[in-house]
Design a protein around this ligand. Structure first.
Ligand SMILES: [Zn+2]
Length: 122
């Protein structure tokens, strides 16, 4: 118990000193506690959380730019590995509806925190 409190003190001091790190912090999916983005196990409830994104993972900004400029052809869907949706986008590209959807998806990507993006798309 004391160890947990001690750990929290160290972590909270560390975050106050590094604001950039604080912006990138993630939250435990089990108890909602703010935890170190590199932590594998939540210090509060002990539940394993999603691992930190790998270096070779997909880029949120690339997906956003593809959705913005080539969204009508479903380029971002192919990029994120959703081939079925990509083909549907191409089939309906002449209606310009996929382009409109792609525009809003681009906004969604750019508003999405990086860790949320990586948790969803890898
Ligand atoms: Zn937790």
């Amino acid at each position: 118990m004391l160890y947990v409190i001690f750990y929290h003190l160290i972590v909270s001091v560390y975050w106050r000193e590094d604001t950039l790190e604080a912006q990138a912090k993630k939250f435990c999916s089990e108890c909602g506690e703010a935890i170190n983005p590199k932590a594998e196990i939540c210090p509060k409830c002990g539940v394993r959380v999603a691992p930190a994104p790998a270096n070779n993972s997909k880029s949120r900004d690339t997906a956003g730019l593809l959705a913005l400029f080539l969204g009508g052809l479903g380029a971002h869907k192919f990029y994120l590995g959703n081939t079925k949706m990509g083909i549907i986008y191409i089939l309906f590209c002449w209606t310009f509806i996929p382009a409109i959807i792609g525009f809003f998806e681009a906004i969604q990507f750019f508003r999405m925190p990086h860790d949320v993006f990586h948790a969803r798309y890898g």
